[in-house]
Design a protein around this ligand. Structure first.
Ligand code: ATP
Ligand code: MG
Length: 216
């Protein structure tokens, strides 16, 4: 599962937890984006985003941070990372986890159609986003019609290429809203892992508008 995780919040963690359970996955990798191609840069140094993710993973032996994109100087592409992750892991079946907003933006991603050769795609509903003809890019809609399966069992007879849409419920929160709340000195503890909230307070992160960092 990729993302900016700026910062990681309970929406991300619920997504991971529920997909792990429903799809019976062995482990989930959280892959923070280093240098995004399609969106503004992070508001915190990569090292801080990785550190917060590590805190959020503590005690969950099935949840790990993969910092490869943050350690690279080049732009972050899911296609490149997934290819490398596949090459380095013993697992034979991979699932790319996407919230619905990320899925809807898929046709803008580098080599997006080739992602179907690397993994199944599991899409999780996200409050505020809908999967309709009006929101779907026509090419993505064709892929969805061709590849959609109704349950995880239908993903098991092939190594990649299916799309499973899960209607799980996750908290209606985003990192953008959390950053705004922090700037306005509002309490964010209900949306974050408690160690992540402490890290943000200790390091005085997200206090100013518009402070951006490059890779580190
Ligand atoms: P930002 O507001 O900065 O874009 P975000 O909350 O959208 O942050 P990202 O790091 O952009 O978080 O998202 C990483 C992944 O997690 C994406 O696939 C996104 O769809 C998913 N995701 C984030 N928040 C939720 C949520 N509340 N429910 C379901 N999926 C979520
Ligand atoms: Mg987002």
């Amino acid at each position: 599962m990729g993302g900016m995780f700026d910062p990681v919040h309970d929406g991300h963690l619920q997504l991971a937890q529920q997909v792990k359970q429903l799809c019976d996955l062995d482990e989930i990798l959280l892959v923070p984006c280093g240098l995004p191609v399609h969106r503004p840069r992070a508001h915190t140094p990569s090292a801080a985003r990785v550190a917060m993710l590590e805190l959020a993973c503590r005690g969950k032996e099935w949840l790990h941070v993969d910092p490869r994109e943050c350690l690279s100087n080049g732009p972050s592409y899911t296609y490149t990372s997934l290819t490398a992750i596949r090459a380095g892991q013993r697992a034979s079946i991979f699932h790319l986890l996407l919230g619905l907003d990320a899925f809807l933006s898929l046709p803008t991603w580098y080599r997006w159609l080739d992602l179907f050769d690397l993994a199944h795609i599991v899409v999780v509903a996200r409050p505020g986003y809908e999967l309709t003809q009006a929101t779907l890019d026509p090419v993505l809609q064709l892929e969805l019609e061709k590849r959609r399966v109704r349950c995880i069992e239908d993903c098991k007879d092939s190594a990649a290429g299916k799309i499973l849409v899960l209607n799980v419920s996750t908290p209606a929160i985003s990192s953008t809203e959390i950053r705004d709340m922090l700037r306005n000195q509002r309490d964010i503890s209900q949306f974050l892992n408690k160690d992540v909230a402490t890290y943000i307070r200790t390091h005085k992160l997200y206090q100013q508008r518009g402070v951006k960092f490059e890779i580190n």
